[in-house]
Design a protein around this ligand. Sequence first.
Ligand code: KG4
Ligand code: ZN
Length: 392
Amino acid sequence: MKILGIETSCDETAAAIVKDGRKILSNIVASSSDMHIKSGGIIPEIAARQQVISIIPVIEEALKKGCGWEVRNGLKMSSEDEKNSQLNPTSKLISHNSTPPIDSIAITVGPGLIGSLLVGVETAKTLAYLWKKPIIPVNHLVAHIYANWLDKKSNVKGQKSKVPQFPALALVVSGGHTDLVLMKDHPSASSGQAENIKWIGGTRDDAAGEAFDKCARLLGLHYPGGPAISDEAEKFFNQSQVTNHKSLTLFPRPLMGEDNYDWSFSGLKTAVLRRVKEQESKRVKERISIQQLAAEIQEAIVDSLVEKSIRAIKKYKPKSFLLSGGVAANKRLREKFLQRIKSEILQVFHVPPVNLCTDNAVSIASCAFYNYHPLDWRKIKADPALTIVGEI
Ligand code: KG4
Ligand code: ZN
């Protein structure tokens, strides 16, 4: 089964074609993140406007690369059509008789920015209606987890990469969410989402990605803060003699002693602000470089995420541990999880390739394949506040 996935929840416009939930036939992502660099965070109106500009070219490209289907396949456009298609980009995809060789359309309905979500949702509904294809609404947070199902290169030559096994424990760490869930099966495999996916912990305030982004801004680094902090931290390790991360204890790891699977990252931002102000006013004896501060911030976030997750792995004893979301692209987080999971417990650790950690549409198509519940297009609505265990 070939599914066209469409994702527009934030500042990425993405479309992809995935065969049978695992084989990536195309993966197209356009991002407006460069337009938000100066503001230090996403401006929703700018993100939505860029979604409108990018959505049709991105879908066209995904169809062309993924199944060789081009807009002009079915029809020679008249000059009048050509003129109209430039006025109204959607008409390029729909103003002819042929339909692309896909079986269905999967669309992110939430959570996310309402303006951005609406662009994808309304485009997907229009295409489903015109092409007479089933449409599957997808939860963006659950879809992040499905980046772990996509076929990737196995370490052993000639062997297929492993498919995650249930029960699975999944940590989603993105720009707006930090959630730890237990999955007994695919969330809507049979008896409904509530039975198969259970929320066991998450952040009480800022998300992990948000903490990276806000702390980066305090250090004068650009958006998105995660990669910027990671690059500065890398410079610190390359320039200094420090090889042991254990010495990086400047910033707090709240809630670590509590018997739960919750996190709190807003105190980190306050502690970083205090330190930056003290350094500016020369109230501290020893001035720490931006690179070292970045390494300290990264270690505080990584340490909290890994140690609480290890505690949950020990309690729930899942067959797989699945890391996902934009923050899962962080090199130090991947490395520390691997070390701790290998050395402490024999769990199967899954993490997507870096390009599938951040927002993309292959995860959307894969999630729809394993949770295949098409809805009448009229019932599909954007839901900016959808939670990871929320009913669609
Ligand atoms: O999942 P995602 O692409 O979008 C959301 O659904 O929010 O996540 C974006 C977040 C941003 O906060 C960004 O700073 C963070 O992921 N991020 C990283 C890295 N790459 C992206 N955080 C730490 N290290 C990275 N290498
Ligand atoms: Zn995301």
